[in-house]
Design a protein around this ligand. Structure first.
Ligand code: IDP
Ligand code: MG
Length: 153
């Protein structure tokens, strides 16, 4: 089963959007298997955004990601990596689809309220980066049955 990583970023924490953002994932019927508040240090930001290390905005991005605690979430389900990316909307918030989280809550490219893993391979690494195995929970979620047809489970 796929797992993905979501971060509720510092701008969302500052703006009091934690509940509204988590609600989007619950509303979709997704199963949260891990959730915690944490402060990021320099090392984890560098590792998480290694693909952007040589960009001119990296120093600002790093400072932003360390400016408040974040909420890390892990969600598990059928094709959840793509489903969660669609819910979040594209990186450039001003052009993000209305109805997506970024489309509804952000205007900034850097302060775009959420992170979501962009591929199944990256998601596996990112979930491990932010959660120890014992911080992830295995349980039956009753709504699950309404969300997936038998052959999708
Ligand atoms: P993603 O978050 O949609 O996966 P990435 O390209 O992986 O987008 O970039 C990671 C994060 O870096 C973005 O969410 C945003 O916070 C920041 N970022 C990306 N491009 C820019 C930019 O051009 N200027 C400022 N910040 C950026
Ligand atoms: Mg990315």
């Amino acid at each position: 089963m796929e797992r993905t990583l979501i971060l509720v970023k510092p701008d969302a924490i500052q703006r009091g959007l934690i509940g509204k953002i988590i609600e989007r994932f619950e509303r979709k019927g997704l199963k949260i298997i891990g959730m915690k508040m944490m402060s990021l240090d320099d090392a984890i930001v560098k590792e998480h955004y290694a693909h952007l290390a040589d960009k001119p905005f990296f120093a600002g991005l790093s400072k932003f990601m360390r400016s408040s605690p974040i909420i890390a979430l892990s969600i598990e389900g059928v094709e959840v990596v793509n489903a969660v990316r669609l819910l979040c909307g594209i990186t450039k918030s001003r052009a993000a689809e209305a109805g997506s989280i970024r489309g509804d809550y952000a205007m900034s490219v850097s302060c775009n309220v959420v992170h979501a893993s962009d591929s199944v391979e990256n998601a596996e690494m990112e979930v491990k980066r932010f959660f120890r195995e014992e911080e992830l929970f295995s349980y039956e979620k009753s709504e699950y049955m309404h969300v997936y047809a038998e052959d999708e489970r």
